[in-house]
Design a protein around this ligand. Structure first.
Ligand code: CA
Length: 242
């Protein structure tokens, strides 16, 4: 399917952030669903590219800058989870919302484990997708500032890169936001509620253990043999770095 770029003449109110029009890649092989979503997203002011195959999604992400990706799991030429993992391994930090017909907890955790930032189970109504996208896009993405440093962990808000010692640590957009939030409060105990409100969304109604899942992934990625874990759990209170 050829790449279709639908740019509305004037930005709508829904999808305009500080940086202008929001560019979204929709990867969905169900043509009727894709048509409905494209129409809604365009009306909300998103600049939408739509592809139906994993190979076209990889090509699109390699050749365009997107602000957010919406990925279906069941694709004719591959699995959206694997695609998501390949994007993350390749250094793509763009927020990813997964779409799937499955509804088991293990699939949701698998989605988050593969680097997705949020998860939506089919069938869903367009306003729910729109709300999830707004929540994903509300988190700060291009905050400029000095490189943050806590112990041997460094985080560069400008380039969205993280290092443990001399080693580059590839993180998902959500893991990056989580680490960024903790590193701006070195020594403070930050509660799960605080993290949910500031790194997710005050109205987040997804998995109740979503913070723990992301912290666990973050810890695993920041592991350095022989060195102490940078993020501590303070029992009954929350998490602490530094
Ligand atoms: Ca599908």
């Amino acid at each position: 399917m050829p790449l279709h770029r639908d740019r509305p003449g004037s930005p709508g109110a829904g999808a305009v952030c500080d940086t202008g029009l929001v560019r979204l890649l929709l990867v969905e092989d169900d043509v009727s669903l894709a048509t409905v979503l494209e129409r809604g997203l365009a009306e909300d002011g998103y600049a939408v590219d739509h592809v139906g195959r994993a190979v076209d999604a990889e090509h699109a992400v390699a050749s365009h800058e997107y602000d957010v990706l919406v990925l279906d799991i069941g694709l004719p030429d591959g699995n959206g989870l694997d695609l998501c993992a390949r994007f993350r391994t390749g250094g793509v930090a763009t927020p990813i919302l997964m779409l799937t017909a499955r509804d088991s907890l293990s699939d949701k955790v698998a989605g988050l484990d593969h680097g997705a930032d949020d998860y939506l189970t089919k069938p869903f109504d367009y306003p729910e997708l729109a709300a999830r996208l707004r929540a994903l896009l509300r988190r700060p993405t291009k905050t400029l500032g000095p490189v943050l440093e806590v112990g041997d962990v460094r985080l560069d808000p400008a380039s969205h890169r993280v290092w443990r010692g001399a080693i580059t640590v590839p993180l998902t957009a959500r893991e990056f936001s989580l680490l960024d939030y903790l590193m701006r409060r070195p020594g403070d105990v930050v509660s799960r509620t605080d993290l949910l409100e500031h790194v997710w969304d005050a109205n987040y109604d997804g998995l109740s253990n979503v913070v723990d899942v992301h912290i666990a992934n973050l810890r695993r990625k920041l592991e350095l043999p022989g060195a102490p874990a940078p993020i501590q759990t303070v029992r009954g209170q929350g998490y602490q770095i530094g």
